[in-house]
Ligand binder design. Structure first.
Ligand code: 5RP
Length: 223
């Protein structure tokens, strides 16, 4: 099976976690796009969604699913999103699609995070995928030096030759060379550096379930 087919498989499998009659939290990325396509078949059974990005909002609205502002609704029963890496404890690295801050906000507002991923995303330890960090631009150089002190190498994410601007009007640093052996404390520490909007480690908002697309079908991992 191709990676695209595995993404379709887990996107469809995630439908079983959507609660009829309730608003669903929707993440961002190519795997979530498959979930959004599948969600079209359930659109008459849910009031709508809270979305983690402008891109997902546009896709949801295009298929006729109302999108609510996070402030208009209370706690969500479930948040469905992809990951760049997920470890054996449900800790993730996210932000490959630059939507990490809103993803963390919607995840924090949800009782259960259901991660959908193909098996290439499952890792022993986080850190091989360049770690996305959303930062306020004036703090970028100082934050880069802080990561360098930890052994990290920092690149400012570009789009069309210019710094990529997130949905929140900020920039993304991608950090390589880090060893993230303690995701919870690492996330807490980096998140309190001045100018960091959020770091792409999701340990405090970890997955409760991962639907992993494998050659032999969807494996359900619970944490
Ligand atoms: C976007 C994300 C995505 O969930 C992550 O990058 C995985 O994306 P894909 O499903 O395209 O592999 O965190 O900010």
């Amino acid at each position: 099976m191709t990676q695209d087919e595995l993404k379709t498989l887990v996107g469809q499998a995630a439908l079983q976690y959507v609660v009829a009659g309730e608003i669903v939290g929707v993440g961002t990325g190519s795997t979530v796009n498959k979930f959004i396509e599948a969600l079209a078949t359930m659109k008459d059974r849910i009031p709508g969604a809270v979305s983690s990005s402008v891109a997902s909002t546009e896709r949801l609205r295009a298929i006729g699913i109302p999108v609510f502002d996070a402030n208009e609704v209370g706690e969500l029963s479930v948040y469905i999103d992809g990951a760049d890496e997920i470890d054996g404890r449900g800790h993730m690295v996210k932000g490959g699609g630059a939507a990490l801050t809103r993803e963390k906000i919607v995840a924090a507002q949800s009782r259960r995070f259901v991660c959908i991923a193909d098996e290439s995303k499952l890792v022993q330890a986080l850190g091989a995928f360049p770690l996305p960090v959303e930062v306020i631009p004036m703090a970028a150089q100082r934050i880069a030096r802080q990561f360098a002190a930890l052994g990290g190498k920092v690149a400012l994410r570009l789009k069309d030759g210019q710094p990529l601007v997130t949905d929140n009007g900020q920039h993304i640093l991608d950090v390589t060379g880090l060893s993230i052996s303690e995701p919870l404390s690492f996330e807490s520490e980096v998140n309190q550096w001045p100018g960091v909007v959020t770091v792409g480690v999701f340990a405090h908002q970890k997955a409760a379930v991962c639907l992993l697309g494998t050659a032999s079908g969807v494996k359900t991992l619970t944490y």
